[in-house]
Design a protein around this ligand. Structure first.
Ligand SMILES: [Zn+2]
Length: 249
């Protein structure tokens, strides 16, 4: 690290759990972020500010006026632009030392597979089950840690599916692919502005811990947040041996 980097990251380096070594791990890490919306905003802002060296951000949407109530990586002047381009510009102004690959597409299939294989950690902040399950499948296949978050109305949930461990549950152990899960979208249900900030910020924290090995992540636990009462609770998650995605077939 040069003098500028030592200063920029000095408050991390001061943490005994981090030190220069932990910061260097972040600087050489590659995070894949699915979605540049309510969750992707705090996720990318914190990962870039904290010095995660390479960020690949995927989102096929454009910035809309209704996004700006919570999607804090975007600016009013970005309305109509691709979200990933808007996010890349904001992140560059915060930390020009971070490489940002902005992919203006809803990634799937072989493309998603290759992106996951290339990443050290995957953060899911998308808004639909089809993408969530596709991301989970790719993470199981390539044994990549998946930091999953969701938030709608006043309810949030976060977990880490750390597929580097043999006995780790995957997203589909919790929400099977064939379940008739009702799609609950912010566009229909509404969402409390800071809820996405809280959930995305916790995702960013978990990703930094995954990348550095600092602390204990939410692997094997689901964190549930009710922003109306500000009650937080965690429930244990176990691998489903009959899971269609990660179970033995
Ligand atoms: Zn599973």
């Amino acid at each position: 690290m040069n003098d500028d980097q030592l200063l920029r990251y000095s408050r991390h380096i001061l943490l005994p759990e981090f030190g220069v070594e932990g910061q260097e791990k972040l600087n050489s890490a590659h995070a894949l972020v699915i979605g540049a919306g309510g969750l992707g905003s705090p996720v990318t802002l914190y990962l870039a500010a904290a010095g995660v060296g390479t960020l690949t951000i995927c989102d096929g949407d454009q910035v809309d006026l209704t996004n700006l109530q919570r999607q804090i990586v975007h600016r009013s002047e970005s309305i109509g632009r691709n979200k990933v381009d808007s996010a890349r510009d904001t992140l560059a102004s915060i930390n020009p030392g971070v490489r940002v690959h902005a992919l203006a597409e809803r990634v799937e299939g072989a493309r998603l597979d290759a992106l996951v294989a290339d990443a050290d950690v995957v953060l899911d902040g998308c808004d639909n089950f089809a993408t969530r399950h596709a991301v989970n499948r790719a993470c199981v296949k390539h044994r990549k840690p998946l930091v999953s978050g969701a938030g709608v109305r006043f309810d949030g949930q976060i977990s880490v599916f750390d597929m580097r461990a043999e006995d780790a549950p995957c997203y589909a152990c919790l929400f099977p692919e064939d379940a008739q899960s009702e799609e609950v979208r912010c566009a229909v249900m509404g969402v409390f502005a800071p809820l996405t900030g809280i959930v995305g910020t916790i995702q960013a924290a978990e990703a930094l811990k995954v990348l550095t090995g600092v602390g204990k992540t939410l692997a094997g636990r689901l964190l549930l947040l009710d922003a109306l009462t500000m009650d937080l609770r965690t429930v244990g998650l176990k691998k489903d041996p009959a899971c269609a995605v990660c179970g033995k077939q």
